[in-house]
Design a protein around this ligand. Structure first.
Ligand code: FES
Ligand SMILES: [Fe+2]
Length: 439
């Protein structure tokens, strides 16, 4: 449970907010590299943290992210021409390089005029199939993080995102909440038995146990938590443990071990839910695995468009919303489908969005199944407060190369922490301390 004030502190991300200040201290994914497919391709509008930007790839293949509105008289640079090493505004032809250098001002005769100022440009770095951007103060720019999904070639990696129309915190709550998997995803999990996808193999046991034992521990990077389900009725068979790691302000390592999430706010009411799958052997980036993986979880372009989870469709009347009851198919439910929603991604998005774009956390009743949530709130509030105080926010100096999600079968008496020995624990869980109601 959170006060209205803390809830606002945690969820608001605009330029004048505490969480906004904290988030601007991190390198954040802004779009997929493949959305700027070649030099001098069309520019793209990017909205992040409540502000508007334009992204483009210049003639040398370098990506620039600038303020969307031209520094001359505010025409949108999403209409601009990308040509000969820069982006040229349509209105009066001012042209800018990826670093904001003004290359040309054709309506001003003085050739030195353009040397007096720059367009606002932000540092950009491409890695893991994503374009990352840093919006914070230049003097405080951190080293670019090393996430493990960067370590494989493009052929072994699959990056994609869904546009989810609610606060980024609501999406993250679902990622540190194992108990919903065996309920909300009952129907798609039933189909995992017939699939040879790794994702299916690693999640199939979850359909049989909706009340896993959950524990969480604070770590030097944020927190990690575990969901444990008995392998069988016999205690000597041990448990299957799934450990997820959360790194503020918006990164989660899935227990499957091969899946990285970043949940980046577009604004207070919408976020980009990035997924990156990677594997040293499997060719996630190539067909047929790429499409099979995306279709299995409802992240293929057709499924995203149909549900309003793409930039192309999220603002159309056909997008899933309260007005159309999130496109729920009650007939499918009567025929036996648990939710009447197409797949994992749509089920998660529908329940997250159905609570309102910033849900009211002053009324929630948390249980032992929700042990990770107070950890999430605490980490985010710490991050926000540190950000607004000008301190390094929690997570900023995390050793990201060594943070993992993991799962495995544990014999009786073996601690789940043995799955993530490189995580440095700073505090364990005491549910009562975190305001979790006894249940
Ligand atoms: S508004 Fe862009 S050049 Fe004038
Ligand atoms: Fe889910």
């Amino acid at each position: 449970m959170l006060s209205k004030e803390d809830n606002e502190l945690m969820c608001r991300v605009g330029p004048a907010t505490a969480m906004g200040a904290a988030m601007r201290r991190f390198w954040l994914p802004a779009l997929l590299s493949e959305e700027l497919p070649h030099p001098d391709c069309d520019p793209r509008r990017v909205q992040l943290l409540g502000e508007n930007f334009v992204a483009f790839r210049d003639s040398d293949g370098k990506v620039g992210i600038l303020d969307e509105f031209c520094c001359h008289r505010s025409a949108s640079l999403t209409l601009a021409r990308v040509e000969e090493g820069g982006i040229r505004c349509l209105y009066h032809g001012w042209k800018f390089a990826v670093d904001g250098t003004v290359m040309d001002t054709p309506n001003v005769a003085d050739p030195r005029f353009k040397e007096r100022f720059k367009a606002r440009a932000y540092p950009v770095h491409e890695a893991g199939g994503l374009v990352w951007v840093y919006f914070g103060p230049a003097a405080q720019m951190p080293a670019f993080p090393k996430w493990r999904c960067f370590d494989v070639p493009a052929s072994n990696r699959l990056a994609v995102y869904a546009v989810v129309s609610c606060s980024f915190v609501q999406v993250m709550e679902g990622l540190v909440d194992s108990s919903h998997l065996s309920v909300l995803h009952t129907s798609p999990l039933r189909t995992t038995g017939g699939s040879e996808l790794d994702f299916a193999r690693k999640t199939t046991h979850m359909q049989f146990n909706a009340a896993p034992r959950i524990e969480a521990e604070e770590t030097d990077f944020g927190f990690h938590y575990v969901a444990m389900r008995p392998v069988s009725e016999a205690p000597e068979d041990g448990v299957i443990a799934r450990v997820a790691a959360f790194v503020p302000p918006c990164f989660v390592l899935n227990p499957n071990g091969d899946l990285f999430f970043a949940i980046v706010p577009v604004n207070d009411h919408r976020c980009l839910f990035f997924h990156v799958w990677w594997d040293r052997d499997q060719k996630f980036g190539e067909e047929p695995l790429r499409t099979r993986q995306l279709e299995f979880v409802g992240l293929d372009p057709t499924a995203l468009d149909a549900f309003g989870l793409s930039l192309k469709t999220c603002d159309t009347p056909a997008a899933a919303s309260r007005a159309n009851n999130f496109l729920q198919d009650r007939d499918a439910q009567r025929r036996g489908h648990f939710t009447g929603l197409p797949s994992f991604t749509q089920e998660d998005a529908a329940v997250s969005m159905s609570a309102g774009t910033i849900r009211d956390r002053s009324k929630e009743i948390l249980s032992v199944a929700d042990v990770a949530l107070p950890k999430l709130y605490r980490a985010l509030l710490t991050c926000a407060r540190q950000g607004s105080a000008g301190q390094d926010p929690l997570g900023l100096n995390a050793d990201t190369a060594h943070i993992i999600g993991a799962s495995g079968k544990l014999a009786p008496g073996v601690h789940w922490r043995s799955l993530v020995p490189q995580h440095h624990v700073v505090a364990g869980t005491r549910a009562a301390d975190d305001g979790v109601a006894a249940a």
